[in-house]
Write a new protein. Structure first.
Length: 590
């Protein structure tokens, strides 16, 4: 018996029921499968973007922590040099008292330092201030220690004045054993020269940065985030941060089965089969993997100022977590399909006895509506039930048509929103957030376009930076420093022509691009800037000293490489800065 004969033997009710399933339910199922696959893929992409952003935020915090420490050490050194100049040569004890006072004040406001001290040239501690539960405590003279056998002391012997030795990140050792609980530290050592008894004595400033303080803050941030299963490992695969704290610093424990990322990968068949061990530890770029049950993402962080140390941030998320909305959608969808089947069966049973020709007309109309022809006429006469069915089908067609129109409108609105978001992101990528002018990223793109343009006419590049800007930050504070940068950017833009633009090139350094310009145009612009600066110095109350600029420039005509023009302008600016410092006897000072 073939399929056609089987359908004829089943009667109108069964055939109508099967027809409705073919017309309504099967497309619904295909739509559901497509929606699930699209939603799952979209959810994974969104989750990856969120994790990548989260990892970069952690990486920025890590690098900022160590970069700030270098500035802290330079600041303490300047305080000690100032103290040495303030005390007569025979008052060395007064200088050391001044150092102890300065260290205590520093520890009160910098809880992330374990201790700060001065060692003599033989490695003996002279002054030491410990951080005890956030309070500075001076170590008595009889408890000061000889550190001449320590690697950081030996590595600092050949340092020149102004240089800083930065030790690798390691665990603090007390009495030849690792201090417990484990405390990771980085030691900063720099020489200082102090006048004692008519001669200059060489000492060493040593600051112990508590890296565990940073890791503790990161742990708190991770526990309050949406990515609680986040780890940090070092370049050898040992955990620096793990939700199971006993796994951290595995290299400090003896034995063949030291806790590490490699050990966890080895003990997991899924991770081992995905070859996530060496791949994650040695990868120089972001990576991710998904085996269908969990999603793992990693991000390497290079700490350039600490011997180019590399840490890797790892986040693991079970699929059911970020796919939960998709699973909820599928459960609702399956319920909808089941409800539809029940309703179709009831409908077919109710109208089976009165459907013959009208049912064929209705089936044909439904088929056309299913193809998207929503205006298909449906004029059927077959009793109240048939009329109701025809009315409901017309209503369904109208609602579907409206739904499609609404969907198209939403897609159009969403497209516009995405375009606006793209425009905002492009503007943010090209704009310095502090001053509101173009940033170096914009200028680099401009240079690339310039290289491709064979019709470029002459343009001038002016390099300008604020003299003694570090002094402004140190003396007035970074808030005033930021305000000065905003004022400088405003001054430069106000004196530029409509075709020119100003770039914050880095720190307190600005670059002005004068279009279709020569040296006369440059001199005119520089004169305007100097006039504005004079007016600003006379009217401002931001600084109690006059601000000055160092300026250098060159003209690009296409006869030489644009990088040569930038370097030439930078060299001239630097030469002007050095000449001014020499006139004031400030050579070597910031």
């Amino acid at each position: 018996m073939d399929w056609g004969e089987t359908m004829r033997n089943k009667g109108v009710q069964f055939r109508f029921f099967i027809g409705l399933i073919v017309v309504a339910v099967i497309p619904l199922l295909f739509f559901g499968m497509y929606g699930y696959q699209s939603s799952a893929g979209f959810a994974e992409r969104v989750e990856m973007e969120k994790i990548n952003s989260y990892h970069k935020e952690i990486g920025n915090d890590i690098n900022a922590y160590f970069r700030t420490s270098v500035s802290d050490v330079q600041y303490i050194k300047e305080l000690l040099e100032l103290g040495s100049a303030l005390h007569p040569q025979h008052e060395s004890d007064a200088f050391f008292d001044y150092a102890a006072m300065s260290f205590s004040t520093f520890i009160k406001t910098h809880k992330n330092y374990d201790h700060v001290r001065i060692m003599d040239k033989n490695g003996m501690e002279i002054v030491r201030i410990n951080n005890v539960a956030g309070n500075p405590v001076q170590i008595p003279a009889d408890r000061l220690q000889d550190k001449s056998d320590r690697d950081y002391y030996k590595a600092s012997m050949d340092l020149l004045n102004g240089e800083i030795y930065i030790s690798p990140i390691d665990l603090n050792i007390e009495n030849d054993t690792y201090e417990k609980p484990y405390k990771a530290v980085v030691r900063y050592v720099t020489p200082i020269n102090v006048k004692v008894n008519d001669h200059s004595e060489r000492y060493f400033l040593v600051a112990n940065l508590n890296v565990s303080y940073l890791l503790s803050e990161l742990r708190g941030d991770i526990l309050t985030s949406a990515f609680k299963e986040t780890y940090i490992i070092d370049g050898d695969g040992y955990y620096l941060l793990n939700e199971e704290s006993e796994k951290e610093w595995g290299f400090a424990e003896a034995g063949d089965e030291q806790e590490s990322w490699y050990k966890d990968v080895k003990n997991s068949e899924k991770w081992l089969s995905m070859e996530l061990g060496t791949q994650v530890v040695t990868s120089a770029a972001d990576g991710s993997a998904n085996d269908g049950s969990f999603f793992i993402n990693w991000h390497p962080v290079r700490i350039e100022c600490v011997d180019d140390t590399r840490w890797t941030i790892i986040t693991v998320i079970p699929d059911e977590k970020y796919l939960l909305p998709v699973f909820v959608y599928m459960r609702s969808y399956i319920g909808l399909v089941a409800t539809t089947l029940v309703l179709l069966f009831i409908l077919s049973t109710t109208i089976a006895s009165r459907l013959s020709k009208p049912i064929r007309d209705i089936s044909k109309a439904v088929s056309e509506i299913g193809k998207g022809n929503f205006q298909t006429p449906l004029d059927v006469r077959g009793g109240a039930e048939i009329d109701i069915l025809a009315y409901e089908i017309k209503k369904m067609s109208f609602e579907l048509e409206n739904s499609y129109k609404d969907m198209e409108q939403r897609v159009e609105e969403r497209t516009e929103e995405l375009q606006r978001a793209h425009d905002r992101m492009k503007e943010m990528a090209n704009t310095d957030p502090l001053t509101g002018i173009f940033n170096r990223h914009y200028f680099n793109n401009y240079i690339e376009d310039l290289k491709k343009d064979k019709r470029v006419s002459a343009l001038a590049l002016i390099m300008l930076d604020v003299d003694r800007f570090k002094y402004i930050n140190d003396h007035y504070g970074h808030n005033v420093g930021d305000e000065v940068l905003v004022e400088v950017a405003k001054m430069l833009e106000e004196n530029a022509r409509g075709s020119d633009f100003v770039v914050r090139y880095g720190g307190d350094e600005f670059l002005i691009v004068l279009m279709d310009s020569d040296e006369k145009a440059i001199e005119a612009y520089v004169d305007r800037i100097k006039t504005s600066l004079d007016t600003w110095n006379k009217t401002t109350d931001i600084l109690d000293h006059e601000m000055e600029f160092s300026i250098g420039y060159d003209v690009y005509t296409g006869s030489k490489h644009i990088i040569e023009v930038i370097n030439s302008a930078d060299d001239r600016m630097y030469a002007e800065k050095m000449a001014r410092r020499k006139e004031r006897g400030q050579v070597g000072r910031v």
